[in-house]
Every structure is written in C-alpha cells, then in structure tokens.
Write a protein of this length. Structure first.
Length: 89
C-alpha cells in the first residue's frame, strides 16, 4: 500500500512539474493557457512539490500569491494529513 502511494506521488509530482513548464511555454507563445484552477488542483491532489519546483524552475506564477503562498500551504497541509493518517493506521 505504501509503495502505491509513493509511486502515485512520484507520478503526480512529475506530471505537475511538466504541466507548469508547459503552461509557461504557452504563456511565452501567447497560446491557449492551462487554467489556474487546474494548476492548483494538481498541487492539491498530491503534486505540491512538483508545483513548487515548477514555479521556481520555470519562474512561473511567481507574482501570484495564490501560488507562492498557496502551494506551500497545500504542501504543509498534506504533510500534516499524511502524518495523521500514518499515526492512525
């Protein structure tokens, strides 16, 4: 079970990282963008580390507080939830 969760987290974080990069590339080209709701949703469903790394690596959404503050808060809440689940197993 733990292995499945770790594999999921690895995959969702890699996908999230590349989605943030893709959205940055789209922004530079003036192409149709990925919605902010989708970007934040990816962080919320486990991709918060990938989102954080994508924000900083691609210098994307660095002026938006919902990303620069929201993504780390999501990560901290995920850590707390994971710890609580781990303690109650």
């Amino acid at each position: 079970m733990v292995e499945h969760v770790l594999i999921y987290l690895l995959i969702i974080n890699v996908v999230t990282f590349f989605v943030y990069g893709d959205d940055k590339a789209r922004a530079r080209r003036g192409a149709y963008r990925i919605s902010e709701a989708t970007l934040l949703f990816l962080a919320l469903i486990g991709g918060s580390i990938g989102a954080y790394l994508g924000i900083h690596f691609f210098h994307h959404k660095t002026r938006h507080k919902k990303f620069t503050i929201g993504v780390p808060i999501i990560f901290l809440l995920q850590i707390v939830a994971g710890f609580m689940i781990w303690q109650n197993r």
